[in-house]
Design a protein. Structure first.
Lengths: 494, 494
């Protein structure tokens, strides 16, 4: 065991943090408290790399009791804390605080129970998303949420961000696949939140709260039966508009595909440069449509989808004959974000939602924005549910380019709001989009959210600075309740 | 317009209520404030008829602004209030208070918008559940939640109770079909809560909160496409155990029926007495299985279901050839609750949940309970999701019978909890089951729910006395936060 004095190595640690680090080391034992600046720096950001902060202290607990203990120590010391899974989030939800503690769940990586008859598994938060599927695949099941990072992201992080993925059109987000969470509340209590029980659905509000209402330490996930069959096609169109018509026709026909993904010319170009996916040359847009389910249904609907794509103007349609061909079709799409690095020195991954029916107008407006500003925008999106992922390209060596890209990126969110959509589909608000919240919500709406936050976390120490644009001290939330307490002298009301 | 002095007719009204009634009359105008004792008495209970209380005042607002105004007046006067839709709830969630205001939404009955391309409709809370379906049926859509009371219950009530129905096995509860709610918060603000937006999923916690977090004044519901085909069968078994084996086999085969309902011999007897449904004579249990969806899928799976029922021991299987035959099959099931009145002077409708796999054990235990106590129990249940509705029969003219029935009814809930289930599947906690909450939740779990309630409603005036067994004054919730406020002097933390 290390000497406690080693913990003082952290240069520039203030005395509160230094004392806290010692207390945490006593509490946790083992090599579970990091204060060494070099090691701390490896945690300075999550997937949103343009926001960085070296955490004051990092802890690596390996049980719910340890997490609860850390939270209690933080509360006692008045020090803020942030939880982190694998750090793949794209909105900075796990951005640490230099004056706080980062609670990393990577040592809590056990699959605790697999219950096939009841189609559920119980896992610790650090378990990797894809490892859940690996553990139950032989029984014919899988864990449905499939963010692109599923090979490395953690289930705890999926819970915090309510992660989606290409297949959430049919299967829903993480919230639809979590049955219960054990949670360490912001006052260090361990509670159990469950779906569909009596009382308030606190599980629903916890999932997707971006780590601001507590830290999950055990997750009961729903297992989904592997579909009897999967069919995938790639359709090439001359334009995004033609692809959009196909999407509308497919959804309008009552088909619920497992996924409908669209890529525009620029993102196809990037994917080709990176992974040679050999999509049909000359395509202004490609559409990937995947159906899954019972064989007779899929066969009938797949024929419809093919016809509807042709009717909408597809000039080439490729149908995957086997898993290898399916993987090839998906390869371009799955590599698209990273591939953009081949055609641009830097880029912003935007994430917004519009009603599906507004796709053509909004894409035309994005085109116009790009033309006016000279900023290139590559479009990759979950077309079925209107979740856009515009990639805004810029050269970070060029003065002012980053700012112009930011401007275009923000203008795209304004377009989403203007069309009745949302500033985030699946990446979360985090630190990245807190400033856009007032464009989407009234002050009263935001105050209602803050009331819940203050209910859970009156001290404001649990992942502060995320989600809300102008956090208030609890008690500051305005409203009628600022007047004389209506309950005064009415203790018999209940 | 009535004279304000007429409002003083309410006998025994205390001066606070009398003043409030006048203020509300000035605020609302028209004939929207009821203080006449005879009219008030018509609102004394909802579907849970063994709890009654004449409301102090009844108001009939017809807009969100009026609801907000009423709430603000109540807060100002320190008077509790309760919202009520059609009053069909079975757990007393809309039980009024003699010292409070009952806000009845029956005049808010407009369907405001139907948006077929985006598969949604916007309705006021007083709109009758089935009227949503009636309004969109011609377009090939329907509103999926189907509580047995759907001909009279209101969408606002469905939201408060997160109502289910026979088809929620496949289609989910009301929460899965509500996209947004306009809500008057307990401090009289009008806010918009939406699903899948950024920030907290407050819609999820609001739906099913049994009217304790505010009053919905506008609901955006998801419309579901009418399935291409529906197939229904009735299978008769010698015993509940055999029927249970069929249920397990069907679910285990990966089939997701729209509904699987089971009735035992006693409930079949009651249904026969009431509606002559002509179920196969001598059945110890009948199972109704309904499949819906695309024709090829339903045809293939329906053949499987029929075979699995025979394998489990069905001695007779009837397949509905058309809608009339389907209605006949459902007639017995849908009338079962009321029908029990034909074979027993009085009965309690219980509502509990167990894991589907525990069905055989729990039903055997209920049988034993019934035999030991001499209290007859008829079992009707949503077998697919383990939602039991035992009907506990008694003769209210017999001294002590009601108490014995209550005891058996409570023991059934204990069985549910013991098997990892829940004290309510779809009827809610209300006043009826608040006392059972501590059997299912730890104090810390309940405190976490109370924190949310206190966040929304620090004054405790919004439907007090429901859901929670031992409501606390806000500020009394224990925990670390009782110590020195951890946030003190840390305003720069955010």
């Amino acid at each position: 065991m290390r000497m406690l004095s080693e913990l003082e190595d952290g240069e520039g640690m203030d005395s509160v943090l230094r004392t806290l680090a010692r207390d945490l080391d006593v509490l946790l034992g083992g090599d579970r408290v990091i204060t060494d600046p070099v090691r701390l720096r490896t945690y300075e950001c999550d997937g949103l790399t343009n926001h960085r902060a070296t955490p004051g202290i990092v802890v690596l607990p390996d049980s719910a009791e340890q997490v609860a203990g850390v939270v209690r120590e933080c509360v006692r010391a008045g020090v803020p804390y942030v939880a982190r899974g694998s750090g793949t989030g794209l909105s900075g939800g796990a951005l640490p605080r230099t004056d706080g503690v980062l609670i990393v769940t990577s040592r809590m990586r056990r699959i605790l129970e697999i219950d096939i008859p009841n189609q559920r598994a119980v896992v610790e938060p650090g378990v990797i998303n894809l490892d859940v599927t690996r553990a139950v695949r032989a029984d014919g099941y899988y864990f449905a949420p499939d963010p692109s990072s599923q090979q490395i992201c953690s289930v705890g992080g999926n819970v915090a961000e309510n992660s989606g993925g290409a297949h959430c059109l049919k299967y829903g987000f993480t919230a639809h696949h979590v049955l219960a969470c054990e949670v360490v509340t912001p006052d260090g209590e361990i509670v159990e939140l469950a779906a569909d029980g009596p009382g308030y659905d606190l599980l629903g509000v916890f999932v997707g709260a971006e780590g601001t209402l507590g830290i999950t330490t055990k997750i009961t996930v729903r297992l989904t039966r592997v579909p009897q069959t999967v069919q995938t096609l790639l359709a090439a169109f001359e334009s995004i508009e033609a692809g959009g018509r196909a999407v509308s026709a497919i959804i309008g026909a009552g088909v619920v595909p497992a996924a409908i993904e669209m890529m525009d010319a620029l993102s196809i170009e990037a994917a080709e440069a990176a992974v040679n996916c050999a999509y049909p040359p000359g395509a202004g847009a490609v559409l990937i449509v995947e159906l899954d389910g019972p064989e007779p249904e899929v066969a009938a609907q797949f024929a419809d989808v093919e016809r509807l794509c042709r009717d909408a103007g597809a000039f080439e349609i490729r149908i995957a004959a086997d898993d290898a061909e399916r993987a090839l079709i998906w390869k371009g799409r799955k590599s698209a974000f990273a591939a953009v690095g081949r055609i641009s020195p830097a880029y912003i991954v935007q994430d917004g939602v519009i009603p599906r029916t507004a796709l053509p107008q909004v894409l035309a407006r994005i085109d116009a924005l790009s033309a006016e500003s000279g900023v290139r925008v590559a479009n990759v999106f979950h077309a079925g549910d209107g979740n856009l992922h515009p990639l805004v390209l810029f050269d970070d060596a060029e003065p002012g380019a980053a700012e112009r890209a930011e401007e275009v990126s923000g203008a795209i969110l304004d377009l989403c709001i203007e069309h009745g959509g949302s500033i985030t589909g699946e990446h979360g608000v985090g630190v990245d989009k807190a400033r856009y919240m007032p464009r989407m919500f009234t002050e009263a709406d935001l105050d209602t959210m803050q009331m819940v936050r203050c209910g859970f976390d009156p001290g404001g120490l649990c992942n502060p600075g995320k989600v809300f644009p102008t956090p208030r001290l609890c008690g500051e939330v305005p409203g009628v309740r600022k007047g004389p307490h209506p309950f005064e002298g009415k203790a018999d009301l209940f």
